[in-house]
Ligand binder design. Structure first.
Ligand code: NAD
Length: 358
């Protein structure tokens, strides 16, 4: 089978980590008998430099013509915070999610056994294991609602951001989460703020209706403040966690920190139609760009997610994840993972070690 992949290398360390992930993809193709066609897509700061806007016309069409999209990272201090939306790299990220209908963001946070010492939590907590998946709603809520800024009579300037969710938006992300829980350990926690927010009360009522339909999944409601606390107290209790856009943004960063380095965690953004978009959770790391210091593992594990969720090739996904674990178990570390005094390998060498295991 030939798969067509859109490559958005982006800015900073993006091109370096994507290059290693592509080489891993080719190694998997060789082993399992798949071939790939790659289509380079310009987006982010590099697109501002080349054509004057971060999200050039035709970006979504090019991606839609592919089976999946692999993204490195976009942005960096060079492009600052322009007042013109199409000159901000981040605009491109929101635009592509919207245009490809990528409403579900899947972020696994697993403590890899070889890196238990990198977990900042208590040793007993780390030893109980951490393996959870945050399913974040990605195209609704406060990040996409109406924004206002106006002058009041007596309180100076005032700003407002509208948070809205429809039944349809909640139900489709809910179904994704219940289905995923079925494929994992059969547990789902839905995070909301139903004691305060009306959107959360609607969210909860839709989730309860789905919970009856997916009676084989063990379901619970968790208030977002409690969820933030439980993630550092006992993250091992969670399997799949589903939540709205802003809560998911914050909780998934918290979950990433308890597993060690930001350089390890992949993500998938999917909708009802192909292509899904796969990317590391980290940014463009301008401080280490071009120095062969970036950890390529998060991007390589994003390719594993691509095989699992877009191509339904679980064996190929496991081959990548197993290779990463084997390399870490042998003690190889990039600089972000190395302890003081411990030797570190560069981006290219880490990619090569992983390919050798495949
Ligand atoms: P960042 O994730 O780029 O970096 C935070 C810290 O983590 C830095 O010290 C960096 O060196 C380190 N780091 C990140 N990835 C690493 C890796 N693979 N290996 C080793 N170390 C790594 O976050 P930031 O500094 O807040 O943002 C930098 C730029 O990236 C900004 O312009 C931001 O807008 C953008 N950004 C883009 C995305 C995206 O493209 N999806 C996501 C987040 C931030």
């Amino acid at each position: 089978m030939n798969y067509k992949i859109a490559l958005i290398r982006g800015d900073g360390i993006g091109p370096e980590v994507v290059d290693e992930a592509v080489k891993v993809m080719l190694a998997v193709g060789e082993k399992f008998g798949h071939s790939f066609t790659f289509e380079d897509v310009l987006m982010g700061g590099c697109a501002i430099d080349a054509v004057g806007k971060s999200y050039p016309e035709g970006t979504a069409e090019k991606c839609r013509a592919c089976d999946a999209v692999l993204l490195g990272a976009v942005g960096g201090p060079k492009w600052g915070h322009s007042s013109e939306a199409d000159k901000r790299p981040e605009t491109a990220l929101l635009s592509i999610r919207r245009d490809l209908g990528l409403y579900a963001n899947l972020r696994p946070a697993a403590l890899r056994p070889a890196l238990a010492e990198a977990c900042p939590l208590k040793k007993e907590t780390a030893e109980r294991g951490i393996d959870l998946m945050i399913v974040r709603e990605l195209t609704g809520g406060i990040y996409f609602g109406r924004r206002e800024r106006y002058q009041t009579q007596d309180r100076g300037e005032e700003a407002a951001d509208r948070m809205a969710y429809s039944q349809m938006e909640i139900e489709r992300i809910g179904r994704r989460a219940f289905e995923l829980a079925r494929l994992r350990r059969g547990k789902l926690a839905s995070v909301d703020k139903a004691n305060v927010l009306e959107t959360s009360r609607l969210w909860r009522s839709v989730m309860h209706r789905l919970a009856e339909e997916y009676a084989d999944v063990q379901y619970e409601d968790v208030l977002v403040d409690n969820a933030a606390m439980q993630l550092v107290r006992d993250p091992g209790q969670f399997d799949v966690v589903v939540t709205e856009n802003m809560f998911g943004d914050i909780l998934s960063d918290e979950a990433s920190m308890i597993t060690g380095s930001i350089g390890l965690l992949p993500s998938a953004s999917i909708g009802d139609q192909a292509p899904g978009l796969y990317e590391p959770i980290h940014g463009s790391a301008p401080d280490i760009a071009g120095q062969d210091k970036a950890n390529p593992i998060a991007t390589i594990l994003s390719v594993a997610m691509m095989f699992r969720y877009s191509f339904r090739l679980a064996g190929e996904a496991q081959a990548i994840e197993g290779a990463v674990d084997a390399v870490l178990t042998e003690g190889w570390r990039t600089a972000d993972l190395a302890r003081p005094g411990e030797a570190a390998v560069g981006t290219a060498r880490m990619g090569e070690l992983i390919r050798e295991k495949i």
